[in-house]
Design a protein around this ligand. Structure first.
Ligand code: NAD
Length: 316
C-alpha cells in the first residue's frame, strides 16, 4: 500500500510511507517525553520542526534540550503558540488530565490547532477528547503507535490514525517525521481500536514465543539455532525478531513495560465485551500479563512474560 490519498475504493484506508522529505515546518508542543515521546520529539526537531516539550520528569526535558528542542515549564506553555500539539502519555486518566483538565491543553490551545494524541488509551476516551476539542475549535486525531523504542528512535513507527480525513491530511508532515507506515483507519477512536487489536496480537505472540523457548530448552536444543530457523519460516514474526534473543538471555529491561501492556489488555477486553466479541486466547494471555504485574514485574519489558511461563514449568 502506498500513496497519500489511497485508491478510491479504499478511501477510508489511506496509507503513506515515510520518504524522509518535508516541505513545511510547524510549531509543535509535545507533552510526554518518555521512552517513546522523547525520540519522537527528537525526530521532529531533526525534520526541522520547532518543538517545545513538557514532561514532569526534568531529565526527560533536559534530553529534549540536548536534542535541539525547547523546554516548556507547563502544559500551558507548551501549547499556547503551537500549531500542532502531540501528547504521548501513559494511560487514559493522564490524557484526560492533561488535555481536558484545568489549565490543560484545551484551556490554552489556540483556535485551529491540531491535537494528535499518540498515547494508547481507551477508544471511548479518544472519542470524548475529540468532541471536547471540537467544542474549543481544536482538531483532534487519535494516533497510537506500534514498533517500540527502536522504531521511535528510527522514526519508522506504525501509526494507526482515527479522526476526520482532512485532519489526517493536515497532520501528514508531522506524522511522516515519526512514522514509517501511517494509516488512516476511520473516525475518532478507530486508531485506538486498531491499537487494541495490535496489543492482543503482540501479547499472544510473546506468550507463545516464551512457551516455545521453554519447550526447546527442556529438550536441550540449541535455542539460538532454533530461533534462527523458526524466524525464517511461518513461525517468524516481528516479536520473535525483537524479543527472542532477549528472552534467551533473560534481559528484560524496558522497552515496553508490563504495566502498560496490562493496561492495554484491559482496554482490549473491555472493547471486546462492548462489541459482544469473545477473545478466549486474549483472556488467557491477559491473565498471564496480570500475574506478571501482580508479582512485581510491572516495570520490566513485556518480554518478561517469559518469567510467568518459566515459573509454571518450575524453571527460571
Ligand atoms: P513513559 O512512561 O516512558 O513516558 C510517559 C511520559 O509522560 C513520562 O516521561 C512521564 O513523566 C510523562 N508524563 C506523565 N504524566 C504527565 C503529565 N501530567 N505532564 C507531563 N508529563 C507527564 O511511557 P512510554 O513507554 O513512552 O509510553 C507512552 C504511551 O505510548 C503509552 O500509552 C504506551 O502504552 C504507548 N506505547 C509505548 C510503547 C513502548 O514500547 N514503550 C510502544 C507503543 C506504544
Amino acid at each position: 500500500m502506498s500513496g497519500f490519498g489511497g485508491d478510491s475504493d479504499r478511501s477510508a484506508l489511506t496509507t503513506r510511507h515515510n520518504h524522509g522529505g518535508r516541505t513545511t515546518m510547524s510549531k509543535v508542543g509535545f507533552i510526554g517525553l518518555g521512552i517513546m515521546g522523547g525520540p519522537m520529539a527528537a525526530n521532529l526537531v531533526k525534520a526541522g520542526h520547532e518543538v517545545i516539550g513538557c514532561d514532569r520528569s526534568q531529565p526527560r526535558v533536559d534530553q529534549l534540550l540536548a536534542d535541539g528542542g525547547k523546554a516548556a515549564a507547563s502544559v500551558a506553555d507548551a501549547v499556547r503558540d503551537a500549531e500542532i500539539i502531540i501528547t504521548m502519555l501513559p494511560d487514559s486518566p493522564d490524557v484526560e488530565g492533561v488535555v481536558l483538565g484545568e489549565d490543560g491543553v484545551l484551556a490554552n490551545a489556540r483556535q485551529g490547532a491540531l491535537l494528535i494524541d499518540c498515547s494508547t488509551i481507551r477508544p471511548d476516551v479518544s472519542r470524548r477528547v475529540a468532541e471536547a476539542a471540537a467544542e474549543k475549535g481544536v482538531r483532534a486525531l487519535d494516533a497510537p503507535v506500534s514498533g517500540g523504542e527502536p522504531k521511535a528512535i528510527d522514526g519508522t513507527l506504525s501509526i494507526m490514525v482515527g479522526g476526520e480525513a482532512d485532519v489526517f491530511a493536515a497532520a501528514a508532515e508531522v506524522l511522516d517525521a515519526v512514522g514509517g507506515t501511517v494509516v488512516h483507519v476511520g473516525p475518532a477512536g478507530a486508531g485506538q481500536t486498531v491499537k487494541a487489536a495490535n496489543q492482543l496480537i503482540v501479547a499472544g505472540n510473546i506468550g507463545l514465543l516464551a512457551e516455545a523457548l521453554i519447550f526447546l530448552e527442556a529438550h536441550g536444543v540449541d535455542t539460538e539455532a532454533g530461533l534462527k530457523v523458526l524466524g525464517g519460516g511461518l513461525a517468524g514474526s516481528t516479536v520473535l525478531d525483537a524479543k527472542g534473543e532477549k528472552m534467551r538471555n533473560r534481559e528484560f529491561a524496558p522497552g515496553f513495560r508490563i504495566e502498560l501492556h496490562h493496561k492495554d489488555m484491559g482496554i482490549v477486553q473491555a472493547a471486546a465485551r462492548e462489541a459482544g466479541v469473545t477473545i478466549p486466547l486474549g483472556a488467557l494471555v491477559s491473565q498471564l500479563v496480570a500475574a506478571a504485574q501482580a508479582q512485581g514485574d510491572g516495570k520490566l519489558d513485556h518480554s518478561a512474560l517469559f518469567k510467568q511461563i518459566a515459573q509454571l514449568n518450575g524453571r527460571d
